[in-house]
Unconditional design. Structure first.
Length: 89
C-alpha cells in the first residue's frame, strides 16, 4: 500500500437530481405557435370541410357552415393578435 492511498478512500457516486427547466424563449415560442395553430386552424379546417361538402354534394345550404366558420376564424384571428405577448423579454 502506498503512503498516499488510505483504506478509507471511497469513490464518490454522483447524485442525480431532477431540475426544473427554466422557461426558454424557444419553449414560449412553441407554445404560442401551437396556440395559434389550434385556435385559428380549427375554424379554418371546419370551413374547408363545409366548402368541400358544398362541392361534393351540390347542396348549397352547406355554404352557411363555411361562412360561419370564416366569421369565427376572423374573430379568432383578432383575439389571437390582441392576446399575443410579442414584447416579452
Amino acid at each position: 500500500m502506498s503512503a498516499v492511498a488510505s483504506p478509507e478512500f471511497v469513490t464518490p457516486k454522483p447524485i442525480l437530481e431532477a431540475v426544473a427547466a427554466a422557461p426558454s424563449p424557444a419553449n414560449e415560442a412553441d407554445r404560442e405557435m401551437y396556440r395559434w395553430m389550434i385556435w385559428f386552424g380549427l375554424p379554418s379546417l371546419v370551413g374547408v370541410l363545409f366548402l368541400g361538402a358544398v362541392f361534393a354534394t351540390d347542396q348549397m345550404w352547406f355554404i352557411s357552415g363555411a361562412i360561419a366558420a370564416v366569421i369565427l376564424a376572423i374573430s379568432m384571428l383578432i383575439w389571437l393578435a390582441m392576446s399575443s405577448d410579442t414584447n416579452a423579454a
